[in-house]
Design a binder for this molecule. Structure first.
Ligand code: AR6
Length: 444
């Protein structure tokens, strides 16, 4: 739940289109204070903990009581006009709102329950007491469902498919496509696709929040919801969580601590560390924070263009020195070196096939690249590996076919090693490749 509040604080200074729509900004400074998103997140969490096991009406009553208590305690946190009236009205009625306030406060529902049905039902109740428009309810349910799926080991492709299918949001647009036209808009309908773009393209918790803020508009709320999902998927680095906790008053902190104790999860205990999965990001593989990145090399292993050139440039000349000692590599096989100046500790060099439609060996060899790279990673006790789309550049393998082979090879490898946790990240250099993988993943 801290992920939601961190997103709120990190996004707060840029709300109302005050930012430059960039990912390059200081995470914490003087303006990073909590707002209504955090206050209501705490209020909902406290209500759901207090009302555990009660009837729907009991849960509704607890929600109203708690939101009014916390809202009145922090009246200047930045609520919308209608909601402020709701907070100060005795026995308030729902007001058919589809504001994104229902989604930003729902994260506790994603953590507290053991099945998806109860998670969604309870999230719907958290919205229903004030934001009972179908879009308001959908926003809360989608947030909690995504958190539930992320923390129980679903892949990004699975989360995306579920959210699109169940809630009908169009999640096909990337951050780059959404960013230019996005403006301040506090509706669930506009906010949720932005949230999911920020999360689905991210490489870690911080990157998800940076993506969200870079979209502009209602930055604290987009980052709050994206942060809540990213926490469940990746966990939150302890230094970032500490910055957030230091900015919360003692009464809110006490609820957060109770919540962490009741869910028996600490901030950095997302499912990533103990679950194998495949995820997709758009980005430059040289920037990946994985244990190893995979290089689409040639048989000489002495560097080249494309991703090979980028990796050698980023790693520095020592990589080439080590590569010289390997005496090349056959197509479909893999060899490992240090990562030198890269964030990744190792580089696994594999040689993809040069595509030839008439040569049936191509598919076998491409499949082998993925399998041998993962075998090598396991041999070195590595648990996260980032792959580029091997052979789809200079070597001319059609993207769709290559993505299908890659996904099949990786899935087969993960199934064959059920006791070994391996986080496989497929790094797509552009949105087109990302789209190809997303559509192929649906057939898996
Ligand atoms: N991060 C992630 N992906 C990238 C990056 C990057 N920095 N740069 C390119 N890609 P290619 P291949 C994508 O040509 O087809 C070299 O000269 C790119 O968009 O790098 O296996 C070697 O030395 C494409 O989707 O590799 C070999 O001679 C994918 O990476 C030959 O090219 C692979 O494109 C290997 O050809």
């Amino acid at each position: 739940m801290i992920g939601a509040m961190l997103g709120d604080m990190i996004g707060a200074p840029y709300e109302f289109d005050r930012g430059d729509k960039t990912k390059n900004f200081p995470l914490f400074g003087r303006g990073n204070n909590f707002t209504d998103d955090s206050v209501m997140t705490i209020a909902v969490a406290e209500a759901l903990m207090n009302a555990r096991g009660k009837s729907d009406d009991g849960i509704r009553a607890a929600l109203v009581r708690s939101m009014q208590k916390w809202g009145r305690r922090y009246p200047d946190a930045g609520y919308g006009g209608r909601f402020i009236r709701w907070l100060f009205t005795e026995n308030p009625m729902p007001n058919n709102s589809f504001g994104n306030g229902s989604a930003m406060r729902a994260s506790a529902a994603g953590w507290l329950f053991d099945d998806l049905e109860t998670t969604r039902h309870t999230a719907a109740l958290t919205a229903d007491v004030s934001h009972n428009h179908p879009e308001g309810i959908k926003g809360a349910e989608a947030t909690a469902a995504a958190i539930f799926l992320a923390r129980t080991g679903s892949s990004k492709a699975e989360i995306k498919a579920y959210i699109e299918r169940e809630f009908g949001y169009d999640l096909s647009r990337t951050c780059a496509e959404l960013r230019p036209t996005n403006r301040m808009d506090e509706t669930c309908q506009v906010t949720m696709p932005l949230v999911f773009a920020a999360f689905l393209e991210s490489t870690d918790f911080e990157d998800a929040v940076r993506n969200a803020v870079s979209l502009g508009g209602d930055t604290d709320t987009i980052a709050c919801i994206a942060g809540s999902i990213a926490e469940a998927f990746y966990g939150v680095p302890e230094d970032i969580a500490t910055e957030g906790r230091n900015r919360l008053p003692a009464d809110m902190l006490a609820v957060l601590e109770r919540f962490d104790a009741e869910t028996a999860r600490t901030a950095d205990s997302g499912s990533a560390s103990d679950k194998s999965r495949i995820s997709f990001v758009i980005g430059d593989i040289t920037q990946m924070n994985a244990d190893a990145i995979v290089n689409a090399a040639n048989k000489s292993l002495l560097g080249g263009s494309g991703v090979d050139g980028a990796i050698h440039r980023a790693a520095g000349p020592d990589l080439l020195e080590e590569c010289r000692k390997l005496h090349g590599c056959n197509t479909g096989e893999a060899k490992i070196t240090g990562g030198y100046r890269l964030k990744a500790k190792y580089v696994i060099h594999t040689v993809g096939p040069v595509y030839n439609a008439r040569d049936l060996q191509c598919e076998t060899l491409l499949h082998a690249c993925y399998v041998h790279s993962l075998d090598l990673a396991k041999q070195y006790h590595l648990h996260s590996v980032a792959f580029p789309a091997i052979s789809t550049g200079v070597y001319g393998y059609p993207k769709k076919e290559a993505a299908a082979v890659a996904l099949a090879a990786i899935s087969e490898w993960l199934s064959a090693h059920p006791d070994y946790s391996m986080d496989v990240i497929i790094v797509c250099y552009d949105a087109e490749m990302y789209g190809v993988y997303q559509s192929q993943a649906r057939f898996e």
